[in-house]
Design a protein around this ligand. Structure first.
Ligand code: HAM
Length: 429
């Protein structure tokens, strides 16, 4: 019998849970601060909702199974198809544009590498029903705010913004047929994950003529919007869109987090315009988050068109980046006060004190296995509690308990009815 979790799956011990909870709190608070409402959907999804045209890595990574009635189901590898299903099912009743977020556990049968697990949590934040560039900006600003709240600055991490339509215009100018462009984009998304030689081989497999591949690779020489503008017609809508977005980002105060990056094209087929991925500035890790505009996903699922934009922000890479950047992640205290006894006979009094402290909102632990002063103080230290309240026979005679400050070591007898007030007078840090 192995006591390890299945390969690629994670156990969360209390110390791991402390980070996860803090991260989820930041995600939730940031989404709410930007006016997004929370939703949820099942981890188990219809397989046919998730499977699209082959070519995307994510489709090959699905954990699929049949239930006992032969229904074809899967553990979701992402939430976006479920979001579309939820919206489609109630479309006429949902006030548009809908600003929704969720924190969803997703499963992908990945080749395990740094930053890649077979299960992860993803904060998804989407605006459905708006084709305005303000919606793109709003999701980007929310992502930037979350990075900032987690302790990262633009010196630590940036959101790289590209535009599929811009690369499309460039591919068009090179002579790549429109129907081949999506396959080419899926290959270009692999840049940096495989060598440039392998990338060219993949382009050939995608049907690109040998003399065209070097021209495609030259697209990556584009460094800024001026370079890009030189390669497409003067009235390029994609360039105009990017310029507007960067101007708005400056007005919204998130400009320093954003940078133009022609190489961001995303590996999911459904994106249609602005696309983005966040990376640590030293590029030591995989993408922290990724998203973009997907104005045709509803249509491709047989629904009337509905524009949408959003992102997924995982819990795995951000932890690696925060660790490496040295951001202080010291967990908050689990326990404010430890309550204990010097003698088992006094548990009834100790329970009453613990009850009163808890009713006042303090986090209180009972030192069950640590009876007697030495054991009790050692235990309270290990729990990182700043106060100990204990019932000692002498003080109890005058209806008092002892309150000990674990930082200074000073202690005093306090009448039982006054104990919460005494702790509140000098709140635990
Ligand atoms: P994605 O780029 O496939 O996009 O995933 C988004 C983020 O989830 C990644 O940047 C990464 O942080 C995390 N992630 C993905 N796979 C793994 C893995 N195997 N292990 C650890 N972390 C992982 C999507 O899923 C889109 N549905 C996002 C979206 C929402 N686009 C629009 N709305």
């Amino acid at each position: 019998m192995s006591f390890q979790a299945p390969r690629g799956m994670r156990d969360f011990y209390p110390e791991d849970m402390a980070f996860r909870t803090r991260l989820f709190d930041v995600w939730t608070a940031t989404a709410r601060a930007h006016g997004f409402a929370q939703y949820d959907a099942p981890i188990v999804e219809h397989l046919d909702l998730l499977t699209r045209k082959a070519g995307e890595e994510i489709i090959e990574q699905i954990y699929a199974f049949q239930d006992k009635s032969g229904r074809k189901l899967a553990l979701r590898p992402e939430v976006t198809p479920s979001l579309v299903r939820l919206v489609a099912a109630r479309r006429s009743r949902i006030v548009m544009p809908a600003k929704w977020f969720t924190i969803a556990q997703c499963f992908r049968y990945e080749r395990m590498s740094k930053g890649r697990k077979r299960e992860h949590f993803q904060w998804n934040l989407d605006i459905i029903g708006s084709d305005s560039i303000i919606a793109d900006l709003e999701v980007l600003a929310t992502a930037a705010d979350a990075l900032r709240t987690l302790g990262l600055t633009p010196q630590d991490a940036n959101i790289h913004v590209g535009n599929r339509n811009l690369v499309g215009e460039m591919l068009h100018a090179i002579g790549v047929p429109d129907q081949q462009q999506l396959d080419v984009l899926m290959v270009l998304d692999k840049r940096g994950k495989v060598s440039d030689e392998v990338l060219v081989e993949m382009l050939t497999e995608a049907g690109v003529a040998a003399h065209v591949s070097p021209q495609i690779m030259k697209i990556f020489d584009v460094r800024d919007l001026e370079d890009a503008a030189a390669l497409v017609p003067a009235d390029s809508p994609a360039i105009r869109e990017l310029r507007t977005l960067f101007d708005l980002a400056d007005r919204a105060g998130v400009g320093p987090f954003l940078r133009f990056d022609i190489a961001v094209v995303r590996g999911l087929a459904y994106y249609t315009g602005i696309v983005f991925e966040a990376f640590d500035t030293r590029r030591r890790f995989r993408a922290i988050l990724g998203g973009g505009r997907y104005d045709r996903l509803f249509e491709s699922l047989g629904e009337p068109p509905l524009p949408a934009v959003g992102f997924g922000f995982g819990d795995v890479v951000i932890k690696e980046v925060l660790d490496k950047t040295g951001v202080d992640q010291s967990p908050g205290k689990d326990v404010d006060v430890c309550v204990g006894v010097f003698d088992h006979a006094h548990w009834p009094e100790a329970l009453a004190v613990a009850g009163a402290l808890r009713a006042d909102g303090l986090h209180v632990d009972l030192a069950l296995g640590a009876v007697g002063p030495n054991k009790l103080f050692k235990y309270a230290d290990r729990r990182n509690a700043s106060r100990v309240v204990f019932v000692a026979p002498e003080e109890l005679k005058s209806d008092c308990v002892v309150l000990r400050d674990m930082t200074t070591g000073s202690q005093a007898a306090v009448p039982i009815p006054d104990i919460t007030a005494a702790i509140r007078k000098q709140p635990p840090d």
